[in-house]
Design a protein. Structure first.
Length: 275
């Protein structure tokens, strides 16, 4: 599994950027002799933060072109990609955990009504969104500056039984392609997700840290056209769209199971859960 994921990392722009970043920083940490020891020393929060930065560079910047000619067969590149893949597939980097955080005022918890966006993309409208909570108490959106790091009345804890949810996990390109093939929305020559169709089978779709990095068009299949100043066009072309617009590891709830409860994300546990 980690070997397949490592190959997937070496074949996407965000994956290569992450590998290049950690190869460089490993040289500053000689106390970690092996790539695996170094990769294992990086926190889940840091992996999430760095994934967000590489996605931003890929979609809206030009730094990703620095890794266009990366020698993906070089021993140090293979070793670091395997080390990163091993950590990202370990239990400590699993983002499908309860509770998660939801940002935005909730007066009553209602079933989502999901629709495809007017212009095809990897995102949808109408979902109930949550993000994993890290060991320091922050969540993926707060970590990426999408929301205030301080707790507010509009931040909620969403509690659920992870094993009782019909969940589609997106941790690799293969996971994403399997979902799109089962629920296709074709635009030109590219597959996009048909969200109302997905909602008939799944309660939620969860994109992990590795999913953000790997569920992108593969460089070996979609050559980069340097006439475009950013990678956004690259991410939207080829046989399927990439998940980069999700920005952070997060979950789009398409249906809320009965057992899901929500409460304000603070220490005032006297307030009743929202149902």
């Amino acid at each position: 599994m980690s070997t397949d994921l490592a190959a997937n990392l070496r074949d996407t722009f965000p994956g290569r950027q992450l590998i290049e970043w950690h190869l460089r920083w490993h040289t500053y940490h000689p106390e970690h002799r092996s790539a695996l020891a170094y990769a294992d020393s990086i926190t889940t929060e840091d992996y999430s933060g760095r994934a967000g930065m590489t996605l931003s560079s890929y979609l809206y910047g030009d730094g990703f072109t620095d890794v266009l000619d990366m020698n993906t067969a070089a021993p140090e590149v293979v070793e670091m990609s395997e080390a990163i893949a091993t950590v990202l597939t370990s239990s400590r980097c699993h983002t499908w955990i309860s509770p998660q955080h939801h940002h935005g005022r909730i007066q009553a918890l209602r079933q989502p009504t999901v629709v495809n966006r007017r212009f095809p993309c990897a995102l949808l409208d109408g979902a109930f969104w949550t993000a994993p909570v890290f060991d320091d108490g922050s969540d993926a959106w707060a970590l990426h500056g999408e929301h205030n790091r301080t707790r507010s009345p509009n931040c909620y804890e969403v509690h659920f039984d992870p094993d009782a949810v019909r969940i589609a996990h997106i941790a690799s390109a293969d996971d994403w392609v399997e979902l799109l093939n089962a629920h296709p929305l074709v635009h030109g020559d590219t597959l996009f997700p048909d969200w109302p169709s997905i909602a008939t089978t799944w309660d939620a779709v969860d994109v992990s840290i590795s999913g953000l990095l790997c569920a992108q068009p593969l460089i070996s299949h979609v050559p980069y056209d340097d006439s475009d100043s950013s990678g956004f066009t690259h991410s939207q072309s080829g046989p399927y769209v990439g998940v980069g617009e999700w920005t952070v590891p997060s979950t789009a709830w398409l249906r809320l199971p009965e057992h899901v409860t929500v409460r304000p994300a603070d220490t005032d546990l006297a307030r009743p859960p929202v149902r």
